[in-house]
Design a protein around this ligand. Structure first.
Ligand SMILES: [Zn+2]
Length: 587
């Protein structure tokens, strides 16, 4: 059902007719608990069929077909919901996100990832501190700080707050800025060496500037007092409630440790986990012996795979590089970064590991049955990741582990066909595929025009046969799938804004696939979720407008009317104290 031309209108996606009732409606032994009628139900099955009606019993879809065929299954207690022509879809699956970690940002002072001069940053944090200073004995945290602006120093931060440790956390997830009290609390001084996989920025005289990159950030987080598990799970529940409101019913957490998994388990044990969660064991040290890594990951999977349908940890996360934007430039490139004047430098970004180390670790965890999920931003890291998967395939064959590379900001065209041939899923965060400061000021000048033709090359990868899965990378950016879907098809921030490589746009149907059936495949849960089919879990959403008939630049305005997870309503839109959606009891 993929349209073969590039289009920025959302209207092209769908022309399938209704399918015959007889073929679909299966008579269940007992009547459905709920029947949805008069809908435009996009099943997202292999044929992308659209039906009118759907029946749910318990946590499963038990009937699907025409109004007539499904309505006849109703029993005396069946609840009938009139969809009034609205669109229904399978719940969205976010294939790369960080809920347990990012939920902790809710309620913290946020700079909303806006590049701003120091005076503006200071004014914003001053206002936050005045409103809610938090516990004065704790570190003060500021989140979603845009890392592309002028580098902030500890001395500047001391002008905002000096009486207690303060950390500013980069929206890229790869940069922290500490004030002097925080540097002292973390026992960092000019004699502290750079840790493996990270960097402490220093001025020309060798003094710490207060900027911590990549794994150096762990030195700060290790020194920060922890909130209680109760506080953390409360925020995680709040995050899941917000995700339900935009239609998300499953997530792949792309970076876990025991602590993060323990928060999910806490909700599960309290019977409050209403999101399907697949966790990933994060490999911290790529210099470790591959046998040890596989053993640790296997123990992690055994410990945290509590329920195959709601909580498991059978993926492994590897960071092949950092981020591409100036001034970090920790993404690994095939050819060196340019300088600000467009002249080649000698810097290709860091190598946090050797190809041999990466190959051995990928092969070992692949052999142990894990989905390998690699963070790769630069074309050099993408190639090294594909090389590692290729080495694993040579050693293990294709074990159908649904290995994936996430982010894919810059991919060399030579590598496009390898995604299909190696069965590597392209896990894209297409909310980022547009012209804004990160790209225009922080990236394109340092790559030059030739390489900049291959930024977020979603269309090229799809045309080369790759499976595209969608993810948000929340808290790096919003988890609202409708924004990512819009950007994936428009490649622009809004109507009238310049488009980033419009030839790389996907169709609306492609993007819906990326967040439903393809993401289910990436999470190895396509047998139970990702489409609306008889026998699958009733994870479903209804929309307030026909997504498939909208102007592409209006996709982000779509609102979810209600969300079901496992046959249970977990969200219902409310406006002015009244539910905008009401279930009917009469046919
Ligand atoms: Zn991530």
């Amino acid at each position: 059902m993929r349209s073969s031309c590039v289009s920025i209108t959302a209207t092209l996606g769908f022309t399938m007719g209704l399918i015959s009732a007889a073929a679909w409606a299966q008579a269940p032994a007992d009547p459905p608990d709920i029947i949805f009628l008069h809908g435009k139900i996009h099943t997202q099955n292999a044929q992308h069929e659209v039906v009118e009606a759907l029946g749910v019993r318990g946590n499963r879809i038990v009937a699907i077909g025409t109004d007539q065929s499904v309505a006849t299954l109703a029993g005396p207690k069946t609840r009938i919901v009139d969809l009034k022509g609205e669109v229904m879809l399978p719940g969205f699956i976010d294939a790369h996100t960080h809920p347990a970690d990012s939920a902790q940002m809710l309620g913290k002072c946020s700079l909303d990832d806006k590049a701003a001069p120091f005076e503006k940053i200071k004014a914003r944090i001053d206002a936050c501190l005045a409103k809610n200073p938090g516990d004065p004995k704790r570190w003060y945290e500021v989140v979603m700080v845009n890392p592309t602006g002028n580098p902030l120093t500890a001395r500047q931060l001391d002008q905002i707050l000096s009486s207690r440790p303060m950390v500013l956390e980069g929206a890229d997830g790869h940069t922290d800025w500490l004030n002097s009290a925080a540097l002292a609390a973390a026992h960092l001084d000019n004699t502290t060496p750079d840790p493996r996989g990270g960097r402490l920025e220093r001025d020309d005289a060798g003094n710490l500037s207060g900027v911590l990159r990549d794994d150096a950030m762990l030195l700060a987080s290790a020194a920060m007092p922890l909130p209680t598990p109760e506080e953390e799970t409360a925020l995680l529940r709040k995050a899941f409630a917000q995700m339900h409101a935009v239609g998300i019913t499953s997530v792949q957490d792309a970076d876990d440790d025991d602590h993060r998994m323990s928060l999910y388990k806490r909700l599960y044990d309290e019977k409050r986990l209403d999101m399907r969660v697949r966790g990933s064991f994060r490999i911290l040290d790529l210099h470790s012996r591959s046998a040890d890594v596989a053993t640790n990951a296997t123990e992690f999977r055994r410990k945290w795979s509590i329920d195959p349908d709601f909580l498991r940890a059978d993926a492994v996360k590897i960071y092949a590089d950092g981020v591409i934007e100036y001034p970090s430039q920790t993404a690994t490139l095939l050819a060196p970064y340019l300088d600000a004047a467009g002249r080649p430098t000698t810097n290709r970004g860091p190598s946090y590991f050797s190809p041999k180390e990466l190959n051995q670790i990928v092969a070992a965890v692949d052999a142990a049955g894990f989905t390998v999920h690699i963070h790769a931003i630069g074309d050099g890291a993408v190639r090294a990741s594909l090389d590692a998967v290729e080495a694993a395939r040579r050693q293990n064959g294709n074990l159908d582990n649904r290995d994936q590379i996430a982010h894919l900001e810059l991919v060399d065209p030579q590598d496009f066909p390898r995604f299909k041939s190696l069965a590597v899923i392209a896990n894209f965060q297409l909310l980022w595929a547009l012209h804004e400061t990160y790209i225009d000021k922080g990236t394109i000048p340092y790559l030059g025009p030739e390489r900049s033709r291959y930024l977020y090359p979603a269309r090229s990868l799809q045309d080369a046969g790759a499976t595209i899965a969608g993810g948000s990378d929340w808290g790096v950016s919003s988890f609202d799938p409708f924004i990512a879907i819009e950007h994936g098809i428009t490649r622009a921030e809004r109507r009238g804004a310049p488009r980033l490589l419009p030839e790389q746009a996907l169709s609306l149907q492609d993007m819906v696939d990326a967040y439903t059936r393809n993401a289910a495949y990436a999470l190895k849960q396509e047998k139970t979720t990702g489409s609306l089919e008889v026998g699958k879990f009733a994870d479903l959403i209804a929309l307030d407008r026909d997504l498939f008939a909208l102007d592409a630049y209006d996709v982000h305005k779509t609102r979810v009317l209600f969300t079901y997870v496992n046959g249970r309503e977990v969200f219902r839109a409310v406006v002015g104290g009244k539910a905008v959606y009401r279930s009917d009891t009469a046919l």
